[in-house]
Design a protein around this ligand. Structure first.
Ligand code: HGY
Ligand code: MN
Ligand code: MN
Length: 418
């Protein structure tokens, strides 16, 4: 018999808050919203989430890397009791949808609201976290706030990180007023749950409502710099060229071959590419590009990295260019807690929601918190599998299904792990 028989999800408030947060940082020209980490727009989003946490009477804390935590105290306030934590992020990529990350943070607040509206307190503290710089667009690596929190990166190193706009992360954190004084990791969660949109096509294609996320693929980000020779586009014979632009383009083609040869498990993306001097009639003297490689299997990911490295060495030789690489991110695949995954599956089953076990293609804060506490994720469908795009969308009833499963899992964990 549940200790919390009267808990109900307040769906309308959750949907209203998702909409309201999605209005912060909107881009009327290119669509969507842009709340890159530690920008003014993201600060406004942070301020709004903190205000909602305070409205719920949560104890709000900010750590030295700007991670925000709102905690609902437990009924008996046993000293030092580890909280059950839910969380995600509210920073976005450029021209993002309204759900990536935000949904998980606001659904966590909806779970707390269910306790508040029922007038009951949980048997252990319940904390909702919003982690800094999950997207890694401005400062690498991504999932930085949760990585620091889990002890995978020092606060000093994170604060000293220089962004691709030349700013220092610690200065920007001070500027937006979220340089907290608590040591990251000051709360070690009893367990951690992250509700997130799938950001891929599987659940929709299979008409399945809930994803029980068992694992998360490995991620490798590199910056590749190719140094060639600028020369006249009209007078330089092909055989005499040292064309950084050609070399960079050949990398993109080779990466598609690497992905294809993996039978689809390895994914390869060149998201950024710049030429210098970037002029129509000048052979590029320099090209910089980013490479994002992912695979659920560590060995295959290493194989893809090694194949790329060999290709770069051969290209440097053949084209007479200098190629250097810088590793920006390297995270191994993560297996989530089997007990929590079973619990999520049982809750989805009990609610009559179709469900399936799956791998996360995207990186998430849960992969970092899994280093310090049992963690797992719940997915809901993404329309046409679209994300990191203004057209990112999940139906309201699907969003509420996910939040109800999150509430149900929290209640069950509190009942069985008081
Ligand atoms: O890159 C990712 O997978 C995440 O969105 N940061
Ligand atoms: Mn996300
Ligand atoms: Mn994202």
């Amino acid at each position: 018999m549940s200790q919390y028989p009267d808990l109900r999800l307040n769906g309308p408030v959750l949907l209203q808050q998702i909409h309201a947060l999605g209005e912060i940082g909107t881009d009327p020209v290119n669509g969507g919203r842009t709340r890159i980490a530690l920008t003014d727009a993201e600060k406004t989003g942070r301020d709004q989430v903190v205000a909602w946490m305070k409205e719920l009477g949560l104890h709000v804390q900010v750590d030295r890397i700007g991670n925000i935590f709102g905690t609902l105290r437990s009924a008996d306030e046993r000293c030092g009791q580890a909280p059950l934590m839910m969380g995600s992020h509210i920073d976005t990529v450029t021209n993002a949808g309204a759900l990536d990350g935000c949904y998980g943070v606001l659904a966590g607040l909806a779970v707390v609201r269910a306790f508040r509206e029922a007038g009951v307190l949980p048997s252990r503290p319940v904390t909702v976290g919003a982690f800094t710089n999950e997207e890694g667009v401005r400062y690498q690596p991504d999932m930085m706030g949760s990585l620091v929190y889990a002890g995978g990166m020092s606060v000093h190193e994170a604060l000293a990180t220089v962004g691709n706009d030349g700013t220092r992360l610690g200065d920007e954190l001070e500027r937006i007023g979220y340089a907290g004084d608590l040591e990251p990791g000051f709360i070690v969660p009893h367990e951690y749950l992250e509700l997130h949109i799938e950001q891929g096509p599987i659940l929709e294609a299979e008409r399945t409502l809930i994803g029980v996320v068992e694992n998360l693929q490995g991620i490798s980000w590199q910056q590749v710099t190719i140094q060639g020779n600028a020369n006249h586009a009209g007078t330089t014979p092909t055989r005499l060229r040292h064309d950084a632009g050609y070399a960079a383009s050949a990398v993109v083609t080779e990466l598609r071959k690497i992905a294809r040869d993996s039978n689809g498990t390895t994914l390869a993306t060149v998201g950024c590419m710049n030429f210098e001097p970037n002029v129509v009639n000048v052979i590029p003297r320099k090209a910089t590009l980013t490479v994002d490689l992912r695979d659920p299997d560590e060995e295959r990911l290493v194989t893809a990295e090694q194949r790329l490295s060999r290709f770069l060495a051969t290209m440097a030789e053949d084209e007479g260019v200098k190629i250097s690489t810088e590793q920006l991110v390297r995270f191994q695949p993560v297996i989530f807690d089997a007990g929590l995954a079973d619990e999520i599956e049982a809750c989805a089953e009990r609610s009559g929601y179709s469900h399936r076990r799956m791998t996360s293609g995207a990186g998430h804060d849960a992969q970092m918190i899994a280093r310090i506490a049992p963690s797992a994720m719940i997915f809901v469908p993404s329309r046409a599998g679209i994300s990191h795009n203004p057209r990112e969308h999940t139906e309201d009833d699907q969003l509420l299904n996910g939040a109800k499963v999150l509430l149900d899992v929290v209640v069950h964990r509190l009942n069985t792990h008081p």
